[in-house]
Design a protein around this ligand. Structure first.
Ligand code: EPU
Length: 336
């Protein structure tokens, strides 16, 4: 097992932020995971695609970069396919694979950056679908007891951008494989946001998984920056969930405020709208900025440091709190 020392992680996080780790290695199999865990010369830090992380400084850690490959059909019935996916598979490649076979379930999750192994941790979601809806089980390596565990979906405690992997098991498990259930007779989810409008703009009267994924790709490309061109990690904050009383008070002051009911007592407010109201969109402090087309996306124009992005996020959080009385929580993992 080769450990690179003093490695800059700039090419391993979609923010493109420079941060050096003490040691670094890439693992491609369960056997390599076992060796790396046994031989790690410093405390282990797990890294997948680096698409939801902000490094705020150098790390005295042994970074284990997950690259387990493979998409395999394990079982097939007339209605469903059960697919095992290596944690290192790029999430969007998996979506393209499913779409090319006509399998339904993840077409609304097209173009989400990051690897399959990270998808269940924050229960990635977009356009009315969350990955939890297709997960049958998650296989993970327990770093402490050094064994492979299987988590059936019922014990994963999936919620809005959260799961047991983000809470109780944070940094204790390495996700090896996902077991997904995809549908051979897809039920399309077209209700959310601009999907129907985009499909009709594309001239598609009878959508299928492919056209839905294409509509999602077009919507995302029209408003979210491509991390390969402009450093970012998607939504920087979570959408806050507030009580109905707080929501009604805000709505009386801001009748145009978008909102989504969560249940009878709670309402989700788009953080992007709150931030946008305060004029942050397009704001730039050195190389750290707020994207000009989406107020929830912080961007690195080149040489921003993690600290500079954190400072910008703190100013945004402060001003949202001052004006709306809402405390924003970060969606991106802050590491350092
Ligand atoms: N809006 C503004 N100003 C902006 C951008 C948006 O006022 O600059 C308003 C929009 O008009 C809309 C509302 O805010 O009424 C919500 O915007 P959008 O549909 O773009 O979705 P979002 O709530 O900002 C969430 C997810 C995204 C996901 C989209 C689409 C979170 C934290 N983010 O964003 O996920 O792609 O919905 O489903 O839940 C991510 O997690 O990294 C991510 C990109």
């Amino acid at each position: 097992m080769i450990w690179e020392s003093n490695k800059d992680l700039r090419n391993h996080n979609t923010f493109g932020v420079s941060a050096k780790c003490a040691y670094f290695t890439t693992v491609h199999s369960v056997a390599e995971v076992e060796t790396a865990v046994r031989e790690a010369p410093a405390p282990i830090l797990l890294l997948g695609g680096g698409s939801n992380v902000l490094f705020t400084g150098d790390l005295p850690a042994a970074v284990l970069h997950m690259a387990l490959p493979g998409i395999h059909i394990v079982q097939e019935t007339s209605d469903q396919v059960h697919v095992a996916v290596g944690g290192g598979v790029r999430w969007h490649d998996l979506v393209l694979w499913a779409v090319s076979h006509g399998y339904g379930g993840i077409e609304n999750l097209a173009l989400i950056p990051g690897n399959a192994g990270a998808a269940p941790i924050q229960n990635i979601g977009a356009y009315g679908v969350e990955v939890a809806s297709v997960i049958e089980a998650v296989e993970a390596y327990d770093l402490q007891n050094k064994e492979v565990l299987r988590f059936p979906s019922e014990v994963c405690e999936f919620g809005y951008r959260t799961s047991v992997f983000k809470t109780d098991y944070r940094n204790k498990l390495l996700i090896l494989r996902l077991h997904l259930r995809l549908n051979k007779h897809p039920v399309l989810h077209l209700e959310y946001g601009a999907i129907r409008d985009e499909l009709s703009y594309m001239g598609i009267a009878h959508p299928d998984v492919r056209s839905v994924s294409q509509a999602v790709i077009r919507i995302r490309q029209s408003k979210l920056p491509d991390p390969a061109k402009l450093g970012n990690a998607g939504s920087f904050f979570k959408n806050p969930v507030v009580s109905r009383a707080v929501y009604e008070d805000l709505l009386s002051k801001y009748p145009a405020m978008p909102h989504y009911p969560v249940d009878d007592s709670q309402v989700k407010i788009p953080a992007a709208w709150l931030i946008d109201q305060l004029g942050w969109k397009g704001h730039r402090q050195g190389d750290a900025g707020v994207h000009h087309r989406h107020a929830l996306v912080l961007v690195n124009y080149g040489t921003a440091t993690g600290q500079q992005l954190i400072e910008l996020s703190s100013s945004i959080r402060h001003s949202v709190h001052e004006r709306f009385g809402i405390v924003l929580e970060t969606e991106v993992n802050i590491v350092g």
